[in-house]
Structure formats: structure tokens, C-alpha cells
Design a protein around this ligand. Sequence first.
Ligand SMILES: [Zn+2]
Ligand SMILES: [Zn+2]
Length: 286
Amino acid sequence: MPYTNYHSHCYFCDGKEAAEFYLQEAIRLGMPAYGISSHSPLPYDLPWTMSEVDGDTYINEIERLKELYTEQIEVYRGVEVDFIPDVAGSRFIKDEFSLDYTIGSVHFVDFFADGHPWEIDGRHQVFLQGLDQIFKNNIEAAIQRYYALIRQMVQDDPPDIVGHLDKIKIQSEDGQLFNEQSDWYQQAVSETLDVIAETGLIIEVNTRGMCKQLTDEPYPSYWILRQMRGRDIPIVLSSDSHHPREIMSHFSDVTEQLLAIGYNQVRILYQNQWQDKPLTKNGIEI
Ligand SMILES: [Zn+2]
Ligand SMILES: [Zn+2]
């Protein structure tokens, strides 16, 4: 039984191979649909985003692959879009790149004094610097701001998919900086889920942290997925793969947990529309 994946990084950003290799692996695994989602260009010097000048090449290359593999797999063109108020977001890019979908992610929270945005899912040292310089080491204020930005993204500039909802948790290994069980943390998450539920947007279940052995659970954590199920928030399975061998990483383990939580369908982009399909312990029934 197949799976799908629409969160995938290749040569255009920080992925390890050309897009075509991911598709060949997806075909080998019997996936009916696959999406490429490079990191959107940003006006900062960063090693992991697409460059502005690659826009046309990206569009043309994915178009070429759509046609080349049309008999074997449906290929979709997406982008993982950073949300930075007034700087970057889905509306800045969706038409420009004629995208089939966007994944909206918050990788940055506010700015250092020199105007550089604070990256919250990169090196822990950078996280600690921003926490100190921007939030005077008030971890609760920093996390509250992170979730407020996700709410703002969802309301003002909605993507199709909300990316790795609670990824900021990787900065608190063993609960040293904050604890997911804290009332204030659970309140911030719950408030964010209420806003997302109202919009009807999809939240991805992203296995990247498990693949990199940073987390035992996906983004978002299972307790959050239980709350999402209670609010009928649709989900999509994402590996956030940076290498072709990762495209279905941990999908079967996570599927088991999703079924236990009561998620017995997932949303897929198929035949050019988002539709719900049954999820079973063997994968997605198409
Ligand atoms: Zn991301
Ligand atoms: Zn990603």
C-alpha cells in the first residue's frame, strides 16, 4: 500500500540530490504522488534556501519532470515558505512560482539588533544567543512569540499546509529550557490549534526529527495530534526528506500511532485536488 510525500528538499536548496532521484525512488516505492518543496528564497545570506535567480529554473525543471514521469507518478511543485511578517510568506511567492501548494513554516522569530532574523530551528548556540539578546532569556516569551507568529501566518497569509508545528521543541532537549507539559505551553498550542481549526488548513505530521534522531515523536507531538483529532484538523504525512532514501522515513511507525489516536484518514494531493483517503496500517488507500 502506498504513501505520498509533499515535503522534500533537493539540489535547489539544502537537499542532497537532484529532484529527479527523489521521484525515481518514489516510483520504485509505488508512491502515486510526490511533491518537491524547496525552501523559498529570502533576502538574507543563508546556505539552505533557494536563490532568487533559481526561480525560473525551478519551475521549468519540475515541469519537465511532471511530463517525463506522467505515466508513473503525479508530480507536484510546492515550496516550503518562510513566514516573516512583511518580508516573506505564501502570498509573495505562490503565483510567481505557479505553485500547486505551499507549506508555511516559521523558522525565524523576530530579529537581532543588526537586522538578521533569529533562526530557531538551527544551531542551539544561535538559539541561545537570540533567547538572550531578543528575549532576555525569557523562554516563555520566546515560545509564546513563536506560536503567535504561526497564528498570524495562518490568519494573514495562509499556506496550504502548516509545516512542522512544534519544531521549536528540539531546542529543549530533555525539557531543560521548557517542558511540553507546562500549562502555559499547552495553552499556547491549544490556542494555536483553535485558530488553525477555524481556517480548515492542513497540519503536516512531519517525521524529520525522528529521521535525524532528534525526537522520538513527529512534529507535532502525539499529545498535540490527539488534540488535533478532537478538532477534526486534517493531516498530511510528510518526511521533510533531504535525501531520496528518507522519503518515507518512519511513516509506518507514525501510522500506527495515528491510527491509535483515531486518525484513520489523511489528506493527499491527487488528480490535482486535495482529498481525504483512508489510512490503514499498510498505508494510504487510493
Ligand atoms: Zn522547515
Ligand atoms: Zn523542510
